[in-house]
Structure formats: structure tokens, C-alpha cells
Design a protein around this ligand. Structure first.
Ligand code: ATP
Length: 233
């Protein structure tokens, strides 16, 4: 479904990605783990066209999307839940979801909204609440719900567990698992390596802008180097 082939991305003179190659197949959860500053967000954002890679190729559903405008990439069925959620705090839950479904046809909009509320009954209960007043976990649910309103085929999640309590993190990961069972393809970026690898069909480890390991989620969980560096031994 997605093939990232040897991409390099620069911020001025800093080379944040140094020849990254990854694949995401339809129906999979693929996790990318790595330390702070390793290049995880840069990889997600480069696939979305901002910043644009300086070399390499990105093929999505057989089409070369390298260097295409972000708006065009987002309309081709990729949605991103950015790090830090970036919901509109002054708008209600319903208004945030409407923003997500802005380009969705009316008939499909209602159906998608029902789907989002079936995944997150809490959002239905809080429909008219100003979203900035909700808890971190609820805001994360809203950020995921808003991305789903665009009816993506491929969903990028950038550190969905960041700053959340363990019980809420479990809920978020359960939802991600449910999304896969309902047919969504997911590329998950996480510092919470344990949970991300438990859930993943396959995973990649990124260090200093390079992929240093790739394997099934189960194998990475028991890999000695991964255990030492990312799972607290
Ligand atoms: P984190 O979990 O902290 O977000 P990350 O793995 O997502 O880390 P990136 O945010 O992709 O890492 O950063 C990779 C490298 O690129 C880092 O060295 C970072 O300082 C640098 N970088 C990221 N964004 C910019 C920017 N807008 N301008 C300059 N350098 C940047």
C-alpha cells in the first residue's frame, strides 16, 4: 500500500532522514519506534509532503506521491493524527469532527459520524462540550475521530500515548486494534515501544535518521538490543 524508498529529508543543513526505506501493507499495523529526535515525526511528515524529501521515492497505492502538495496527499486517503493532537480547543467536539469531515459527502458524513461515535461513545456524550475542556485521553480520542472523518485508507498516528495515564493508554491501544479489525491500515509512531510492538504486525526501529532494525512486532519485543534500548532491559 505504501512504499517509502530510500528517502532523505533535510532541515537546512541537518539531515534528519538518511536513506529510510519502509513498507506498509494493506490491513497491517506497522510500528515505528525510536528515541526523541530519531526522526519519527519527520518520516511521517515527509510522507505527507511537508517537509519534502530531498531524495528518494514514496509510492502510495501504486502512485508516486513524492513531492506532491500535502493537500493532494491528504485527499488521496491518508490521514494523520499529529503529535500533540492539535484539535481546535475553542470548538466543540461536534465542530471538530465536522472540520475533519469537511470534504466528505453528506450521505457518507452521517455514516462516518455514526462510525466514529460507535468507536468512541464518550465523544457522543460530549458532543457539545468545548474540546479544550476535555481530558487528555478524550482529546486524543477526538483527534483520532477527526482523522477518521476523512474516511482514510491509511492512518498515521504520531505518539498517541504521549502524556496519557496508563489506563487511558490501554484504551487508546485497544481502539487502534479495533480499527485494524475493521480493516484500517495503520502506521504507528511511538516512544512507548512495549505497547506499540505488542500491537504491531511488523515494526521498524529508527536511530539518528536511519532504520537499524526491522522484524515482526513479536520478534522485536524479544530482541536483545530492543529490550536494552527501548524496553528498560
Ligand atoms: P520526538 O519524539 O521528540 O518528536 P522524533 O523521533 O519524532 O522525536 P523528529 O521530530 O523527526 O524526531 O526530529 C528529527 C531531527 O530533526 C531532530 O534532530 C530534530 O531536532 C530535527 N528537527 C525536527 N524538526 C525540525 C525543524 N522544523 N527544524 C529543524 N530541525 C528539526
Amino acid at each position: 500500500m505504501l512504499k517509502v524508498d530510500n528517502i532523505h529529508t533535510h532541515y537546512g543543513k541537518i539531515e534528519a532522514l538518511r536513506g529510510v526505506t519502509i513498507d506498509v501493507n494493506e490491513g497491517e499495523i506497522v510500528s515505528l519506534i525510536g528515541a526523541n529526535g530519531a526522526g519519527k515525526s519527520t518520516l511521517l511528515m515527509s510522507i505527507c509532503g511537508d517537509p519534502k524529501p530531498s531524495a528518494g521515492k514514496i509510492i502510495y497505492q501504486g502512485e508516486d506521491i513524492t513531492g506532491k502538495p500535502t493537500s493532494q496527499i491528504m485527499r488521496s486517503g491518508i490521514a494523520i493524527v499529529p503529535e500533540g493532537r492539535r484539535i481546535f480547543p475553542g470548538l466543540t467536539v461536534a465542530e471538530n469532527l465536522h472540520m475533519g469531515g469537511f470534504f466528505t459527502a453528506k450521505a457518507q458524513f452521517d455514516e462516518t459520524l455514526e462510525y466514529v461515535f460507535s468507536l468512541f461513545p464518550r465523544l457522543k456524550e460530549r458532543e457539545s462540550q468545548r474540546s479544550g475542556t476535555m481530558s487528555g485521553g478524550e482529546q486524543q480520542m477526538l483527534a483520532i475521530g477527526r482523522a477518521l472523518m476523512t474516511q482514510p485508507k491509511l492512518l498515521f498516528l504520531d505518539e498517541p500515548s504521549l502524556g496519557l495515564a496508563p489506563i487511558i493508554i490501554n484504551q487508546i491501544f485497544e481502539i487502534i486494534d479495533q480499527l485494524r479489525s475493521r480493516g484500517m491500515t495503520i502506521f504507528l509512531v511511538e516512544q512507548n515501544a512495549n505497547q506499540a510492538l505488542k500491537l504491531a504486525d511488523r515494526g521498524y526501529v529508527i536511530e539518528n535518521g536511519e532504520i537499524v532494525l526491522q522484524d515482526t512486532g513479536a520478534n522485536l519485543l524479544t530482541n536483545e538490543e530492543v529490550r536494552k534500548a527501548y524496553l528498560g532491559g
